[in-house]
Design a protein around this ligand. Structure first.
Ligand code: LMR
Length: 323
């Protein structure tokens, strides 16, 4: 009997650890699960995707480091979390009212602007594969936040983005960066008074149980970039990489198709719970919010790049929106 390779033993699968911070029952959680199903089927089991939701493995900042070190292979952080990595241009997505519609957003993420941003990750040892939607954000707190004046002195949890810091300061609020996994406790114990998130995140983290008021402001966008460790990705057998690319393309379509419904359903469930009072900001009152928040574009132009802001305005103009 010859020693050595035993052909009866199947080759060990390639493991992709995909870590994220939200619940499985969210647009990102469901899209990650869908990617796993497709990836494993299309590689005929040669790839196994292990999903670690709810910050089980890493919190916001740590997961970026873990990806660069190769401790995990795939993440889908919110676009507001790339600043600490040194790619602050992604914070352009956080500018209040930068996207007048989902169509404009899509033409940015699927066009040269979005691609150009993903390319900026490569010197950091990261490849950007896709953009996944969550949705537009609402403001919540333990007090009503109906007018910009209501924000004076209110402690608001934010993601690590400097644009979001500037946004909260423009309203007179006191922003505080807190990891997503700690937000519920921070709200419950009064470390902060309020926060902003799309309804799907608010609901699945039970924030509505510790927030008495919310305003349906839709003042800003929250979405994700799906990213992989470059060394890992480049080292994959080409046929495997092609199969994973096609799984990702399909998972991306799925993510972007379900996100709005997921958010609508989460909002309806929170409304039905009666725990939070939701205020549907009328257009005339939304105008006061815009007036208070639009100066953030000018303030942050140095940080995210004037050209980038202008290129998004040009996309918006193609759809008939002007500044
Ligand atoms: C947050 O920290 O509020 C979000 O980025 C969480 C997420 O990944 O949706």
């Amino acid at each position: 009997m010859l020693a050595g390779c035993d052909m009866s033993q199947p080759a060990r699968p390639i493991i992709i650890k995909f870590s994220h911070v939200v619940a499985p029952d969210t647009p990102k959680g469901k899209a990650a699960a869908y990617f796993k199903t497709l990836a494993e089927a299309r590689t005929k089991g040669r790839v196994k995707v292990e999903i670690y939701p709810n910050s089980q493995l890493y919190k916001d900042k740590e997961e970026m480091e873990a990806l660069q070190l190769g401790a995990v292979q795939m993440l889908a952080p919110s676009l507001a979390k790339f600043g600490p990595l040194g790619v602050k241009e992604f914070e352009v997505f956080d500018l209040p009212y930068i996207f007048p519609s989902k169509e404009v957003l899509r033409s940015v993420t699927e066009g040269p602007v979005g691609l150009g941003l993903l390319k900026k990750l490569e010197p950091k040892g990261i490849i950007g594969l896709a953009y996944w939607d969550n949705g537009f954000k609402i403001m919540s707190a333990n007090r009503p936040l109906r007018t910009p004046d209501d924000f004076k002195g209110v402690k608001m949890r934010i993601q690590s983005s400097k644009v979001l810091d500037s946004q909260m300061r423009a309203l007179g609020a006191l922003p505080q960066v807190i990891a997503f996994s700690d937000v519920y406790q921070a709200l419950r114990t009064g470390v902060v008074d309020g926060t902003e998130n799309p309804p799907s995140n608010m609901y699945t983290q039970k924030m509505h149980e510790v927030q008495t008021f919310a305003t349906l402001s839709n003042h800003g966008y929250l979405g994700y970039a799906v990213i992989v460790n470059k060394k890992f990705w480049d080292g994959l057998p080409p046929d495997i990489r092609t199969a994973l690319e096609s799984a990702m393309a399909e998972a991306t379509k799925f993510a972007n198709a379900i996100a709005q419904t997921e958010n609508d359903e989460a909002l309806a469930a929170m409304q039905a719970s009666g725990k939070t009072e939701f205020y549907p900001l009328p257009p005339a009152e939304a105008e006061a919010w815009r007036k208070a928040l639009l100066p953030v574009h000018g303030e942050m132009e140095q940080r995210v790049g004037k050209d980038l802001i202008q290129s998004i305005s040009r996309e918006a103009a193609k759809f008939g929106f002007s500044d």
